[in-house]
Design a protein around this ligand. Structure first.
Ligand code: PRP
Length: 183
């Protein structure tokens, strides 16, 4: 049998807590979009695990695509500068777009992303984020579906990284200074 990964940081949400919450959110998404087709637009790279959950547990007709919009460098704080380095190829005219994010922090990334996607004439744009760090918000962005509210911690796991590491952890955790010193 495969060995488990070593635990990193302090666990906030286990795999089973995340699965339970994803199923609740997907039930709401199914209700809200009943009879409609939705393009799940994963914001790379952080959203991968959460996107898979949303794909898996919704029963409505979905298609997927990805966009890469980054506002962070390799440091632990947001630079506020947003760059799009991968544009989705899907035709979005008159389509329902559900942007799937791992975390909303300042909201800069989403604000820019939504304004760019609006140029494609979609029928609707909504946001489903796994984590919402409201304490850091500097924009008027309000996600439509929120997995969990988190405090102003440095979060890793379930798609979120520290210098590209720890995206593979099957739980959501946070790093404190003593954790950072030991990794
Ligand atoms: C993270 C996250 C959001 C953004 C949130 O992406 O996935 O897109 O930052 O920050 P904001 O609300 O302050 O704009 P990141 O740029 O770290 O890229 P990644 O998903 O590849 O880790």
């Amino acid at each position: 049998m495969a060995e488990e990964k070593d635990q990193v940081g302090k666990i906030l949400y286990t795999q089973s807590a995340i699965t339970k919450r994803a199923k609740e959110i997907c039930a709401q998404i199914d209700k809200d979009y009943e009879g409609e087709e939705v393009i799940l637009l994963g914001s790379l790279k952080g959203s991968v695990m959460w996107l898979v959950d949303i794909m898996k547990y919704t029963t409505i007709d979905t298609k997927i695509d990805f966009i890469t919009a980054s506002s962070y460098g390799s440091s632990t704080t947001s630079s506020g500068v947003v760059k799009i380095s991968y544009e989705p190829q899907t035709n979005m005219y008159n389509k329902n777009i559900l942007i799937v994010e791992d975390i909303v922090d300042t909201g800069n990334t989403l604000k820019y992303l939504i304004s760019k996607l609006n140029e494609r004439g979609p029928k609707s744009i909504k946001v489903c984020t796994m984590l919402d760090k409201k304490a850091r918000r500097t924009t008027d962005i309000k996600p439509d579906y929120i997995g969990f509210d988190v405090e102003d911690f440095f979060i890793i796991g379930y798609g979120l990284d520290y210098d590209q590491r720890f995206r593979d952890l099957p739980y959501i955790a946070y790093l404190e200074e003593d954790d950072v010193e030991s990794i």
